[in-house]
Design a protein around this ligand. Structure first.
Ligand code: ADP
Length: 178
């Protein structure tokens, strides 16, 4: 399923992010960059032990920010490790923090001449963010960033839906998707 905005293809894709042949994949990491369950675990398993070493070397990532490593054994060149907020009911700045994750990843993509990037549904697993609100933020940030960014290399942005809730939320939120 895809749509276009400012010449960039935006896809909602169902499956395992580690299989995607894109320049960069985004990891929904934790503050300690220690690896974990969910998409983080899948990315570390597919990338191999060098990824954990690289993450330990970096050490820490504040919520809403992003850190870069190589993709090692993954088909992508880079992994962008961002830390989404834990959902605590919505009154603790969760929306801004999640928006920061998307914007900071897009900015980093532009700085590294990334042409294609894939995002998982950051915070929508164990961190408990409601899928519909999260996908709305994802779409809004991508859309605003593409409108505002002066020059960038991006040609393709993939939103990866691994579970039904995210898939259905993505279908509702992305306009003109076909
Ligand atoms: P968080 O801690 O940020 O909530 P999770 O990894 O628990 O991160 O979940 C984030 C989202 O990633 C969830 O929607 C989950 O279904 C999805 N997910 C889990 N494994 C994968 C995978 N291999 N590829 C893409 N998305 C995945």
């Amino acid at each position: 399923m895809l749509t276009r905005k400012h010449g960039v293809t935006i896809e909602l894709w169902r499956g395992d992010i580690t299989r995607l042949e894109v320049d960069a994949i985004v990891n929904a990491a934790n503050n300690g960059l220690r690896g974990g369950g969910g998409v983080d675990g899948a990315i570390h398993r597919a990338a191999g032990p060098e990824l954990l070493q690289a993450c330990m070397h970096i050490g820490h990532c504040p919520t809403g920010e992003v850190r870069l490593t190589p993709g090692f054994r993954l088909p992508c060149r880079y992994v962008f490790h961002t830390v989404g907020p834990v959902w605590r009911g919505g009154d603790e700045g969760e929306e801004t923090l999640l928006a920061n994750c998307y914007r900071n990843c897009l900015q980093l993509a532009a700085e590294h001449a990334v042409r294609s990037i894939a995002f998982p549904a950051i915070s929508c697993g164990v961190y408990g963010y409601p899928a519909l609100s999260a996908m709305h933020i994802a779409w809004q940030q991508i859309s605003d960033w593409l409108t505002e960014a002066p020059e960038h290399s991006l040609q393709r942005i993939v939103l990866v839906a691994y579970d039904d809730a995210v898939w259905q939320a993505g279908c509702r939120v992305m306009p003109g998707i076909s």
